[in-house]
Design a protein around this ligand. Sequence first.
Ligand code: PMP
Length: 321
Amino acid sequence: MPTAFNTRDLYVDLTRRIGIPLHLKCEGFNFAGSIKLKPAIAMVQAAERAGRLKPGGLLIESSSGNLGLALSIIAADRGYQFLCVTDDRCNPATVAAMRAYGTSVEIITDPDPEGGYLAARLRRVDELLAENPGSLWLDQYRNYENWLSHYRSTASEIAEAYPNLRYLFVGAGTTGTVSGCARYMLDHYPSVQVIGVDSSGSVNFGTPSAPRQIPGLGSGIPPHHLDLSDLADTVLVDEIDTIRMCRRLARTGLLFGGSTGTVVAGAERWLAGRSDVVAGEAVTLAPDLGERYLGSIYDDAWVTARFPELACELQDLQAAQ
Ligand code: PMP
């Protein structure tokens, strides 16, 4: 299997690094820095084909950051205007990058009553659509091109790279990735179990909403794309364990975003907790890279302000250096 440091190869074996028999498909090595470039391109091309997006047209979208960054690049490349509605949790580096591409970014600062921001972001999208006649909302939450892009590319690429694939762990935000992967495996490789992984406090798998700090995974609104019966199982991971795993991976030379820490932590727990794991490869996705999280997940002050219980662990880590 290729190593992490061959720039042409995007697969890493974590077995030696952190003792988990798990492979990572790294999706952050493109101009948008994340997996969300795939649904972004698919949704824009479908809108162009349908005549819904005209030259110079205005796109409006809600994003936790990565889809917004991907659409910013596509809009700049193709001459569209783009207005992105995000929220307080979006990485400042992502906001700055979107603005550098010419995107107008609106940041929602008042959370919904249950602590998320999605309902507030979508209300703002509605207002902006009304204020800008002729503008287009691609709507990643309901647009089937979102999950279809992963059915066509992400899932088939994994199946090709891992002929002995048995377990595939996929994070859930809009649930486009996990739904596309699960449907592809059900259609083509039904012996592969797709396990959904999300942050505690997300409603994606039917559990109650609670405040979350890290952008990427999770939702405060029930997902449109996901049919839970397509998944073999689901796992919820506390954000504190996301941070622990991101930092553990960093100490092996792998700097990833929060959702990678979540899915790896979820996969570790799921695999360790089962006596009936069958032989074959276990794979997960690293949806983005860690550099845009240096001011949050990898910043001790940011972490201890939000997760005071981690303060001692961070001190021990420093002392061990
Ligand atoms: N990881 C990261 C870093 C993301 O930005 C997103 C999308 N918000 C996801 C995972 C989840 O992907 P999806 O929307 O396809 O569920």
